[in-house]
Design a protein around this ligand. Structure first.
Ligand code: AP5
Length: 206
C-alpha cells in the first residue's frame, strides 16, 4: 500500500508516520528530511528556500523524491510524508506511474499548528522530536540541549502556513476527486490521532 501523509506544517505527519512504520514494514520517506540532507551539501540551492519557509522548486524535489521512490525497498509500499505539496508534484507521481492508494489528510486548527511548531525541539544526538508546548519532556531530557529548527521561528511559521494554504491545500481536491482521501482530525493528543489513523487504514484494508 502506498500511503501519503498530508497536512499543514506541524500537523503531525512525521509523528504519525513514525508509528505507522512500526506497523507496516514500509520505508518512511519524508520530503523535509530529504531536503534537510540536501541542504547540508556545500553550495546547495535548497537551504535558502527552506529557511524562508518557501517550497523548493518542483523540479528539484521531484528529482530527489522520484529517485528515492524507485529504490527496491519501496516495492511493497511506502509512507510518503510531505510530498506531493503542489498539483505539479501530484501529477508527477501519476506520470511516473507511482500509484497512491491512500492520502491521510491530518486536519489541525491554525492555533494548534503555531503552538506545536514554536514548541518543537530536537535532540541533536538522537534526532528525537519533543515539544515544549504540547508535551511533557520525559525525565532525563535536558531542555537546554534541545535545538530548534531554523524554520520553526515565528515569522517563518507564518510564511509556511501561508504557502500551505496557497500552494498545497489545492492538492486535497486533487485526491478527493480520485477517491483516495481520508480526512482525520489531527487536533487531539498524538495517541488518539494515531488510533484514528490506524482504524481508518484498517477499514481500507478490509
Ligand atoms: P517539512 O520538514 O516536511 O515541514 P512541514 O511539512 O512544514 O512539516 P513539519 O515537519 O513541520 O510537521 P509535521 O506535520 O511532520 O509535524 P510533526 O510530526 O513534526 O518540510 C520542510 C521544508 O522543506 C518545507 O518548508 C520546504 O521548504 C521543503 N519541502 C519539503 N517538502 C517539499 C515539497 N514536497 N515540495 C517543496 N518543498 C518541500 O509535529 C510537529 C510538532 O508537534 C512536534 O513537536 C510534535 O511532537 C508535535 N505534535 C505532533 N502531533 C501532535 C499532537 N497530536 N498533539 C500535540 N503535539 C503534537
Amino acid at each position: 500500500m502506498n500511503i501519503v501523509m498530508f497536512g499543514p506544517p506541524g500537523a503531525g505527519k512525521g509523528s504519525v508516520s513514525a508509528f505507522l512504520v512500526g506497523e507496516f514494514s514500509y520505508p518512511h520517506i519524508a520530503a523535509g528530511d530529504i531536503i534537510r540532507e540536501e541542504a547540508r551539501k556545500p553550495q546547495n540551492k535548497v537551504r535558502a528556500y527552506m529557511e524562508k519557509g518557501e517550497l523548493v522548486p518542483d523540479a528539484v524535489i521531484m528529482q530527489l523524491v522520484g529517485s528515492r521512490l524507485r529504490q527496491p525497498d519501496c516495492g511493497e509500499g511506502f509512507i510518503l510524508d510531505g510530498f506531493p505539496r503542489t498539483i505539479v508534484q501530484a501529477e508527477f507521481l501519476e506520470r511516473q506511474r507511482i500509484p497512491i492508494d491512500i492520502v491521510i489528510n491530518l486536519e489541525v486548527d491554525e492555533d494548534a499548528i503555531v503552538d506545536r511548531l514554536s514548541g518543537r525541539r530536537m535532540d541533536p544526538k538522537t534526532g528525537q522530536i519533543y515539544n515544549l508546548n504540547t508535551m511533557e519532556l520525559p525525565e532525563g531530557v535536558d531542555r537546554e540541549k534541545l535545538v530548534q529548527r531554523p524554520d520553526d521561528k515565528p515569522e517563518v511559521i507564518r510564511k509556511r502556513i501561508e504557502v500551505y494554504k496557497k500552494q498545497t491545500a489545492p492538492v486535497i481536491e486533487y485526491y478527493r476527486e480520485r477517491n483516495v482521501l481520508l480526512n482525520i482530525d489531527g487536533n487531539p493528543e498524538l495517541g488518539q490521532v494515531v488510533g484514528s489513523v490506524r482504524e481508518a487504514l484498517q477499514k481500507v484494508r478490509e
